[in-house]
Design a protein around this ligand. Structure first.
Ligand code: IMP
Ligand code: MG
Length: 181
């Protein structure tokens, strides 16, 4: 199948590259679980497509939960403040928790969530992020599972948005500043 190109958007990772990497991540997570149960906690909304694909490549007794936070304004610039908009539905005490995020950028969101979740005393708390922008880090935090490490680019697609748009693009694309919306 030919790769779709979008007007004015450069594809960074194709759906095939994403699928291959997500399958590898799922296999690694399955191995690390050693047959134990898992609670996958997706960070809405961006992580939804990644969680959906990753979950199907993990062979374990897994459940889903979701949180929502606000950390970004309606554009490319972060406001700096993280606020919990939707909490976990179920307690995570004593559970193996995997936080699933689309992109680890400044680290403010995941540092906030990690602190919040650790207060509940899970058995294990790990982080899976599809993308990582280490050069942007403000909070000292690393993910246990990283799909792709990327330079300081603003990306959209496969869950990631610009002002809530483009989340449904099947490929991950680069949003260049000043390009026509
Ligand atoms: P952090 O708190 O700065 O690590 O940012 C985490 C959140 O910012 C991610 O979950 C995304 O929603 C958003 N974000 C960071 N970089 C990008 C990007 O390049 N494209 C789209 N969203 C991004
Ligand atoms: Mg997000």
């Amino acid at each position: 199948m030919a790769t779709v190109t979008y007007q004015g958007l450069e594809v960074l990772f194709t759906r095939q590259q994403i699928a291959a990497r997500v399958a590898e991540m799922g296999a690694q997570i399955t191995r690390d679980l050693n047959g134990e149960k898992l609670v996958m906690v997706g960070v809405l909304k961006g992580a939804a497509p990644f969680l959906s694909d990753l979950a199907r490549s993990i062979q374990a007794d897994a459940t889903f939960d979701f949180v929502a936070v606000s950390s970004y304004g309606n554009g490319q610039r972060s406001s700096g403040a993280v606020k919990l908009i939707k909490d976990l539905d179920e307690p995570i005490e004593g559970k193996n928790v995997l936080v699933v995020e689309d992109i680890l950028d400044t680290g403010l969101t995941l540092a906030y969530l990690r602190k919040l979740f650790l207060q509940q005393r899970p058995k294990t708390l790990r982080i899976a992020t599809l993308l990582d922008k280490p050069s942007r880090r403000i909070e000292k935090i690393d993910a246990d599972y990283v799909g792709f490490s990327i330079p300081n680019l603003f990306v959209i697609g496969y869950g990631m948005d610009y002002a809530e748009r483009y989340r449904n693009l099947p490929d991950i694309c680069i949003m260049t500043p000043g390009q026509p919306e």
